[in-house]
Design a protein around this ligand. Structure first.
Ligand code: GLN
Length: 208
């Protein structure tokens, strides 16, 4: 299994360390050639500054390729600015980026002054996990098909939509591997489906 980590700006090195600690191979995605070169099974969109990342994705001609891959089912783990990149709508009328996840996001939703804070909160089936928020967005509205994975102070901070997981916080900063495990499980079950589909197709093609 190979996971591509978008490495244009922000906290990509920390995600790579977490995944490598788990024995997962990673590759840094820095330009269009990297997208063509590496057959990735999953994608991590790190935190940072979404406007900068969006601009670089367009300038480096990476936006359309990645958008199409996500729409075709490539599993994505997006954190903070990464979640903003996925959102179909950004409050305040800012131009969306990938726009593959039907949610409305509020950037710096916890207030610009609240630079960062920590919470221990319930996360879907996993249980209580540590969450570090840094000038974090929250999810203001969701469409059908979006599952809420976690809320803090009544505000949605983690969602899943099909192959896409979006988090307002930074799991790469807390030495807790459980969200990564969930992401890997999604990738493995997708790979398994693809493999059994190939076997089914090849057995149909088989003639005695
Ligand atoms: N506030 C940043 C943005 O709007 C996101 C912060 C983060 O990724 N930690 O892009």
């Amino acid at each position: 299994m190979l996971i591509g980590v978008l490495a244009l700006q922000g906290s990509f090195a920390e995600h790579i360390k977490m995944l490598n600690d788990m024995g997962i191979r990673t590759v840094e995605l820095r330009n269009h050639e990297d997208l063509l070169k590496y057959p990735i099974d999953g994608l991590v969109l790190p935190g940072g500054e979404s406007t900068v990342q969006g601009k670089l994705l367009r300038e480096l001609d990476m936006m359309d390729f990645l958008k199409e891959s996500i729409q075709k089912g490539l599993p994505v783990l997006a954190t903070c600015a990464g979640l903003i990149l996925l959102a179909k709508e950004i409050a305040n009328g800012e131009k969306p980026h990938f726009a593959t996840m039907p949610v409305r996001i509020r950037r710096n939703g916890f207030g610009r002054q609240v630079a960062s804070f920590h919470a221990d909160s319930d996360f879907s089936d996993i249980g209580i996990i540590p969450m570090t928020f840094i000038r974090a967005p929250y999810v203001e509205a969701i469409s059908e098909g979006v599952e809420i994975l976690a809320s803090v102070n009544g505000l949605i901070v983690a969602v899943r939509y099909e192959n896409q997981i979006g988090l307002s916080f930074h799991p790469e900063l807390n030495n807790d591997y459980r969200i990564y495990r969930m992401f890997i499980d999604i990738i493995e079950s997708r790979n398994l489906c693809a493999a059994s589909y190939k076997i089914a197709v090849s057995s149909l093609a088989w003639k005695p």
